[in-house]
Ligand binder design. Structure first.
Ligand code: PRX
Length: 674
């Protein structure tokens, strides 16, 4: 069983030649803004601090790293980075242990403080663990992993829903120097297997069954199916989330039983700053997910700092990030950021509408939550159920509301602000990515009374220097004017950024560093307003965002093309009122096979859930005789996008099409489908 802001900061100051000016103002309240900044000469307010963090980046990060983290051995070099080469190294020479930073140092000062509140799927059955209890759990598991042969440098795959044992598993890996690879527990056996194989894990940690929205999910069975094609896997640790027994094989280890035999003290491994902390797979524009590599010190520092300052987290607050731990949001803001800050973090196992659409706000009332961090897709869904589900509960503890993962439309933003936050809580629309490790653009930190514009991420975080590039010209220089759009790049490295792609460093350099040499290319487009505020306009590549889940259209096409009757396919995203984006698939059937379209639709949906996850199933499938292609055989996706968005006026230049008549067929087919 379970153990039970400021002014506009640097955004308006785009002059790259200028270095930080010592303003000659002293004795101000910088320490109140950020205690770590107390010693920075000439920094007298948030705006100065923002400038300092960018222009004197090494001094800024060195001071913050020394004060925020506990080191076994101090670092000798703040950074050794060259973005044009894809070389990113921070705090070299330093040694530390991430689990010690997240647990032991808080156990020394406040052992009984609540570290984790596990908001289980069953309402009103939360479980609280103190820092002392979480450390003990982590140590037992660390010892068990060591006893069963897991070594420094190995990579353990974790396939679990949000729960204390999942957090302890991540921290136990960190304790003994193993990397973890958390796979979202909604992924199918095939998707899990692909990630286990790429990470070459010999150990997998899972639960017998998951429970979500009142439904039981057979996670152990999924692992059993996955490891059939994973020769590296030697052992599977199985924790018991429900009381239902599962078939245990020779490879399986009864996790809690074995943990009970272990000591509650576990010697932490001394890790180099640049040793791998974890891999996290995410979608790119090809069919193959990328295992982004995050390392120890820089990642932890960035997660901790952004958690404290973007959300104005104060000691004693209860912080709730409702993302799954299988995504980067769960890593940085359910686990590492809050725990590094000695905070109390809520792990949410359920759904926004179970048992009813008041679930979030009933939880806020019961757990006295101070910061709530969620996804626009859930806000849009709840908005449709009406205000009464919110009004039913006391939300007076709330201080900050956060949004992440996709653009938040104005209607959803206003509702979140006015109804949920009673018009008194700042809403922080936070922009970032698996690649960035933590929040890069958000309305806060800024002076508490600084303006927040609905639906805009607005201001760069400390140490972040965003730039917009001309999308027409790869390799061009950045645009300096405001009221302009472009490809969003970050002009200098920061400690939280991913270091490489596991097994494919070249893909990392090609994707992020080469399009605009010397800059980190995010893959997103952005608009910079007259005032210098940033608004994310969406992906510039073939990645779409379905209910906040990032997925490459090529991944879905790969699956569709594996269906026996499908000759070829093209997948695009379209605007969806709840999901943000939906999936629209154009499918051409093989002429040689006689099939019913309804049967192919069923097969496609089965395949998409089996090979990826349920959210990868298309919302619409349009069967077509052929696809619009250029004379060189490339599918003209631009045309397909315009047809689906009903922008027939703007189809653009069709002269390169092999046969322009195909466009009329596509338009007609789209019309018939709707
Ligand atoms: O397109 C951007 C979108 O989500 C992408 C990153 O997805 P992922 O790596 O899964 O991480 C999601 C959680 C950080 C980005 O490239 N995105 C993220 N936040 C926002 C956003 N789009 C608009 N506004 C945001 N606040």
């Amino acid at each position: 069983m379970w153990l039970s802001g400021g002014r506009m900061a640097s955004v308006g100051r785009q002059s790259f030649g200028s270095c930080f000016r010592v303003l000659g103002r002293r004795g101000c309240n910088t320490a109140a803004v950020m205690p770590e900044a107390a010693g920075f000469e000439g920094v007298s307010d948030r705006s100065d601090l923002q400038d300092f963090s960018v222009c004197s980046s090494d001094s800024f990060w060195a001071a913050v790293a020394r004060q925020r983290l506990s080191w076994i051995r101090p670092f000798h070099t703040v950074q050794d980075c060259d973005l044009s080469q894809g070389r990113i190294r921070w705090f070299e020479g330093g040694k530390l242990n991430v689990s010690v930073n997240c647990l032991d140092r808080h156990v020394h000062t406040c052992p009984e403080r609540v570290a984790v509140i596990w908001e289980r799927d069953e309402p009103k059955s939360e479980v609280k663990l103190s820092y002392r209890q979480l450390l003990e759990m982590t140590c037992r598991l660390g010892n068990l992993l060591r006893r069963r042969g897991v070594k420094k440098g190995d990579c353990v795959t974790i396939y679990m829903p949000p729960c204390p044992l999942a957090v302890a598993s991540m921290l136990a890996c960190a304790r003994i120097g193993a990397a973890h690879n958390v796979v979202f527990a909604g992924f199918s056996a095939d998707a899990l297997a692909e990630r286990i194989r790429d990470a070459q894990s010999s150990t997998v940690i899972t639960v017998n069954q998951g429970v979500r929205g009142g439904k039981v999910i057979e996670l152990k069975k999924t692992v059993d199916a996955a490891i059939q094609s994973c020769p590296t896997v030697q052992q599977v640790f199985v924790a018991m989330r429900t009381e239902n027994p599962v078939v245990m094989t020779a490879k399986d280890v009864a996790m809690e039983e074995e943990m009970a035999k272990e000591d509650t003290v576990c010697e932490p491994a001394g890790m180099d700053s640049e040793d791998t902390l974890f891999l996290l797979y995410t979608s790119g524009s090809t069919g193959k997910p990328k295992g982004l590599v995050h390392t120890q010190a820089g990642y932890l520092l960035y997660a901790a700092l952004t958690h404290r300052y973007v959300f104005s987290y104060h000691d004693g607050d209860v912080f709730s990030c409702v993302a799954d731990i299988g995504w980067i949001t769960g890593h940085s803001y359910s686990v590492y950021g809050p725990l590094a800050n000695g905070g109390t973090t809520v792990l949410f196992e359920s759904t926004p509408i179970y048992p009813d659409p008041g679930r979030y706000w009933e939880m806020v009332q019961r757990l006295k939550i101070n910061q709530f961090y969620g996804a626009p897709t859930a806000i849009r869904l709840l908005l449709k159920y009406g205000d009464k589900w919110v009004h039913k509960y006391d939300r007076s503890t709330l201080k900050t509301l956060g949004s992440v993962g996709e653009p938040i439309n104005t209607e959803a933003w206003e509702w979140y602000h006015r109804v949920v936050g009673q018009g008194r809580c700042p809403v922080v629309d936070t922009w970032w990515q698996t690649e960035t490790g933590g929040i890069c653009i958000a309305p806060r930190p800024a002076d508490p009374d600084a303006e927040i514009v609905p639906g805009m991420a607005m201001r760069p975080f400390f140490g972040i220097k965003p730039v917009l590039m001309d999308t027409e010209v790869y390799g061009s220089s950045f645009v300096t004017s405001n009221d302009t759009s472009g490809a969003l790049c970050i002009a200098q490295p920061w400690p939280g950024m991913a270091r490489t792609i596991h097994n494919d460093p070249q893909r990392f350099t090609e994707t992020y560093c080469q399009p605009y040499p010397g800059y980190f290319f995010t893959g997103d487009g952005a608009y910079r307003s007259k005032e210098g505020y940033y608004q994310i306009t969406g992906r510039l590549d073939d990645v779409i965002n379905v209910s906040g889940h990032r997925i490459g259209t090529a991944e879905i096409e790969d699956v569709l093309n594996q269906c026996s009757a499908v000759a070829e396919s093209a997948v695009i995203g379209f605007s969806h009122s709840i999901k943000g984006q939906g999936i629209y698939a154009f499918v051409v059937l093989k002429k040689s096979i006689d099939v019913q379209e309804a049967d192919v639709t069923r097969q496609i949906n089965d395949m998409a859930s089996k090979k990826i996850a349920k959210y990868a199933c298309p919302d619409y499938i349009q069967f077509a005789q052929r696809l619009p292609k250029t004379r060189s055989g490339k599918i003209m996706r631009r045309v397909l996008r315009k047809v689906v968005d009903s922008e027939l006026e703007g189809l653009g230049d069709l002269s390169t099409l092999d046969d322009p008549e195909v466009v009329q067929e596509i338009i007609q087919g789209h019309h018939d489908l709707l």
